[in-house]
Design a binder for this molecule. Sequence first.
Ligand SMILES: [Zn+2]
Ligand SMILES: [Zn+2]
Ligand SMILES: [Zn+2]
Length: 480
Amino acid sequence: MPKFSSQRRNKRKFHGNRFTSKQRVQDEEIVALESTSSGSGASSLHCQKEAEECSASFQKLVTNTQEGKPKPEVDDQISEENSPAITGLRFCDMEVLSSVFAQLRCGDCGNFSLLLMEDNMKRKGCASTLRLLCEHCGWKHSFCTSKKQGKSYEINRRLVYGMRTIGKGYAGARKFCAIMNMPPPPTEKAFIFNSRVIGRHVKEIAKESMKKAGQDIYAFKNQCTASEAGPFNCGVSCDGTWQKRGYSSRNGCVTVISMDTGRVLDVEALSQGCKQCERHEHLDKTSLEYQTWRAEHTKCKANFRGSAPAMEPEGAEHIFQRSVELHNLRYTEFYGDGDSKSFSRVKGVYEDAGIEMEKKECIGHVQKRRVGTALRKLKRENPGLGGKGKLTDSQIDKLQNYYGIAIRSNVGDLAGMKKAIHASLMHCASTEARPLHDHCPTGSASWCRYQQDKANGTKLYKHGPGLPLEVIAKLKPEYI
Ligand SMILES: [Zn+2]
Ligand SMILES: [Zn+2]
Ligand SMILES: [Zn+2]
């Protein structure tokens, strides 16, 4: 892994290939330049500010481009259509950029002598300050590659937001920048600061979005029912997830999604640990130092004691208990895992109002539990089942997905569903030497591409590794 040097490097010059490509500026390029300079108001406020502050020559550049050079005749409409205002960020190779500048004339002296450099002293994370210098007359202009957002640069904010979204931190950002051959990201301190700011805003937005989602359902139910005022009853899907798979996860969250709109109504994050508490654990509990810290520590992050699987019912209970207060809604239809302990925990929440909750199954959960979880368990208990060419994890995922297709395409038709489930197993177990597609639907519209081939007279379908017969025999009772 390449390491970043801690010292600042000397100013680096991008010479590009201006000596090899010193041709006349193409007409199109003049058009492109003019359209960007005339649209500079839209392209960046920062640029304008810089221009006012630092260089009158920048403004000269903007105005002079029209004067000194022959202006090609272009149809205004066409040029507008071809060059819509460009926004957002791009990864741009500095050598490419500097070779573009090498093809442009200096606004002051008119020579092809513009040099692009970076001011390393002014670089803030991924926001670089670039400087254009005319080697002939000394004209110069510097600008930053990113706009400012409050105290931070947009690019740095976005980098932190992006990293946090994909579950990476500062180390991840450093690696990413190193591999992309970019300057290193902001310092760890700045990274954490940005991360906190983003966290605050994201939380607020999420709150607003959930409030809006609740209001929408309230309005929808209000239209549907004769009664004027809530609380109204609605159906939700409830599920928990953990930071890590298995039972060792210390953080988890429970989400409730509306069955009517598919939008998130409420979330509850549960954590077993608190960094602050852990830091003060070694202190004597009777000492003044501990006592004063304890008195100050009002926002403890640890809100849950117990095992990871017990988080889901706990979180669900909190969410259901505050549903009336939060949205004036009652989540009376519960879609969740078949074996979910959450339902038994929350089913009495609305008892006082005389309302009983109804438990429903949803296909996503059925396919995960009936196939995914069941087959993984079967494999654990029968070591002979797994291994290459047998029941692998990817094979289980495939079976699980086909199971879902079989159920979804046969809603309301139990016999058809059973047949389709059987067909899905046989289809996945097929190999090139032993095709088992007799149960798959025939014809060119079939989901089975083997049958499609048969109907169309083509040979496009390629079999996967399939499953041996003895494995199929073991799976069958689990499946049907
Ligand atoms: Zn010059
Ligand atoms: Zn704490
Ligand atoms: Zn098939």
